[in-house]
Write a new protein. Structure first.
Length: 700
């Protein structure tokens, strides 16, 4: 029984895209404990260590408490009142826009803030402030999946339900390490009662590969060759679903011709796998009653990423393993609200899944928002790397960075301080003024963490989950939503956002934008319904059976897709060469990825939690195969230099069979790692290819 003074507030974890629900127990208004919600359909009473400590970084003594302004270059950031900060924001950015036009100011945002804030930011920047170029750090993780789905299915629509983890008899993970990156999803795999075969396709012997039935340790970036070879075997053997192909796909004959040159011997030579292992996987897919295919950053962050993701999608399509329980070509998202960003951030797509270049879409969105259609740009945003290029070239002179730390996380980042130094005005909005990026700011705006505000996140299975305020933001820090409201007023476009009074009011606007779209959520009444039902997956259009709100729902059960003719499109392409192959000077391949379950991205938050810090090495380390180490005279724990054509860093050697000879691995969380990476980008998604660079190693 709860006492009068006890209060329970539920919220959704703001680290990864799993979307676990947590219960904060408050006693006399003070936080007493934070526990995973036992009845939430995502995490079923479980949490990873980051979730248990979700609120700790928000209580860190080094939170930014006031806005900070640098009055002259080289001078210190000094505390100012909000009215001074807003005046600087408006006068500096408006001055740049007046002198240099709408392309001269841009923003870079995050997949870590609630959907309502993303929508407000995107609408404010593009419709209110008149900016053109805006992007998010979701470009670094999920742009590939979004483009792959859009081209193949006609809409950015991950088809999965987490229930599929439990219903497959064959799960194939490509470039995915859920034991470390998505541990609660892995927990769902462990709940599978069908004794499934789990196949991991990954150059590294990751923790997931160790736990799998079969690990295919292929050569780095030979995954597309493997996928085409598998398709070829399935087609040659007749192990395909002809009825589904005819009813529900287009481009099959051309695809068959394309993959016919991917013979078993050639694939074995390219991938380094045994022919028998490739054949065995094809046979298992054929014999499976419910095969599911899952991918994450090993696919998304590569130079031919979209076509690789579509290589996975094609396997599901030609075998008919989609639209049924336990099947699907399923992208596992990275950040907590990357899915919200994909639908509503108004960066790559016009908010609601619309197109900036489509006149009727622009009119439709303008009508719903009650704004002049002329305020909606008629051109697409530049993607992240092009925005940075614009800064380098002097086209972009003002930049607003929110809840992300590109000076740490961007690929081949060594020039970032110099690039940002070219800006006339850099605004950073974050929790801490000490991040690598915030330290370069001319103006710093103190935002609130997810435990200090309201809104919603959309997780990997399209579930909209509630985010609720548990703590007050410290000092003068404000929820980003409130910062956007104040900026709108100060900018002079406040009347445009008359209806945008609270996150829940914006949720009602987002519902209207979704009407008739594949992501239609007009049947979700309000936040209280989300709380009541344990989150709700999109779509949930008006008139939906309320019982469906709590059902595990997947897409494409009818075999119809979101393309004009209802058929999924098979995409394929010739294999592109490695952007930077190892050679005599830099003979090793550097792989990067998540290091441990206790670390998150640039460690801005996890490094502020002692219990999490205890779970991972404080210093950068490099995993080396013992045979390579022996030939280089390197012992376990030795300090080493790792060099690429971009830079040289120091790290501690960790000798392990997790990496094959010729490869080394560094975790993405350490500042050093992206001083080495090679700046290649997928041609369709513009996502950085973090996963492969040529390096050399030497004992220090
Ligand atoms: S698995 Fe992801 S969403 Fe769940 S508690 Fe951990 S970090 Fe949060």
């Amino acid at each position: 029984m709860t006492s009068m003074a006890e209060e329970v507030i539920r919220t959704t974890c703001s680290y990864c895209s799993t979307g676990c629900n947590l219960e904060a127990h408050l006693q006399d208004g003070k936080l007493a404990s934070l526990r995973p919600a036992a009845d939430y359909p995502v995490n079923l009473g479980k949490s990873c260590p980051k979730g248990f400590h979700l609120l700790t970084p928000f209580q860190s003594p080094d939170r930014a408490l006031t806005p900070l302004l640098r009055r002259e270059r080289g001078g210190p950031l000094q505390p100012v009142e909000w009215d001074v900060a807003l005046d600087a924001f408006v006068s500096r950015f408006q001055g740049i826009l007046r002198r240099h036009g709408p392309e001269s100011v841009a923003f870079l945002s995050s997949g870590q803030i609630p959907t309502e804030e993303m929508a407000f930011l995107g609408a404010l920047a593009k419709f209110g402030m008149g900016l053109v170029h805006c992007d998010g750090n979701t470009r670094q993780c999920m742009a590939t999946a979004a483009v792959a789905y859009k081209q193949a299915f006609g809409f950015d629509a991950p088809p999965l339900s987490y229930k599929d983890f439990e219903e497959s008899d064959l799960l194939v993970f490509v470039g995915a390490n859920p034991v470390i990156a998505h541990p609660i999803m892995w927990n769902r795999v462990k709940m599978n009662p069908h004794n499934p075969t789990i196949v991991v396709i990954d150059p590294r012997r990751t923790k997931t590969a160790e736990a799998a039935s079969i690990h295919l340790a292929l050569n780095p970036k030979s995954d597309l060759t493997l996928l085409y070879a598998l398709a070829n075997i399935l087609i040659q053997e007749g192990w395909i679903d002809r009825g589904f192909i005819e009813r529900s796909t287009e481009g099959f004959e051309e695809f068959r011709t394309h993959v016919s040159s991917f013979g078993l011997e050639m694939a074995a030579a390219e991938t380094g796998l045994q022919s028998s292992a490739i054949l065995d996987l094809a046979r298992r897919i054929h014999e499976s009653k419910a095969a599911s295919f899952w991918w994450t950053m090993g696919v998304n962050q590569s130079h031919q990423a979209v076509r690789t993701a579509q290589g996975i999608i094609n396997l599901a399509l030609i075998t008919g393993h989609i639209g049924r329980p336990g099947t699907g070509a399923n992208s596992i998202t990275g950040q907590a609200n990357a899915m919200g960003s994909r639908m509503y951030s108004n960066t790559t797509s016009l908010m609601g899944g619309y197109d900036f270049l489509n006149e009727s879409h622009r009119l439709h969105v303008a009508g719903i928002l009650g704004i002049d259609p002329e305020t909606i740009p008629r051109q697409n945003s530049w993607p992240y790397h092009r925005i940075l290029q614009g800064v380098k070239e002097g086209v972009i002179k003002g930049l607003w960075i929110l809840a992300t730390n590109p000076v740490h996380s961007w690929i081949d980042k060594s020039s970032m301080p110099e690039v940002f130094g070219r800006l006339e005005f850099l605004v950073v909005q974050d929790l801490y003024a000490s991040t690598d990026t915030a330290q370069l700011a001319d103006l710093f705006l103190p935002g609130a963490g997810s435990g200090e505000k309201n809104g919603t996140f959309i997780n990997s299975e399209r579930r909209i989950g509630i985010v609720q305020k548990i703590l007050d933001p410290p000092g003068q820090a404000l929820p980003d939503f409130e910062i956007f409201r104040r900026i709108a007023q100060a900018w002079g476009c406040g009347p445009m956002f008359r209806e945008w009074t609270s996150p829940e009011a914006v949720f009602q606007i987002l519902k209207r934008l979704s009407a008739g779209q594949p992501c239609d959520i007009t049947g979700i009444r309000d936040y209280s319904m989300l709380l009541e039902k344990g989150g709700i997956q999109w779509p949930f259009p008006a008139g939906s059976d309320p019982r469906e709100a709590t059902a595990a729902r997947r897409l494409f059960t009818s075999g119809r897709f979101f393309t004009a003719n209802g058929k999924a499109r098979l995409h394929y392409e010739d294999i592109a060469p490695l952007p930077e192959a190892p050679d005599a000077q830099f003979p090793l391949i550097l792989l990067t990825g998540r290091g441990s379950v206790a670390q998150w991205h640039t460690q801005t938050r996890t490094n502020r939690v002692k219990m999490l810090r205890n779970l991972y090495p404080a210093q950068a380390y490099v995993q080396v195969n013992p045979r390579d180490a022996a030939s280089l005279g390197i012992g376990d724990g030795d300090p080493v230099k790792v060099s690429s054509r971009r830079g040289e860093i120091e790290a501690q050697a960790t000798l392990t069979e997790e990496v094959s000879p010729g490869q080394v691995f560094m975790a993405m969380h350490y500042f050093e790692t992206n001083l080495l990476t090679f700046p290649a980008f997928d041609p369709y998604s513009a996502e950085p290819s973090y996963k492969l660079a040529a390096v050399k190693l030497a004992r220090k």
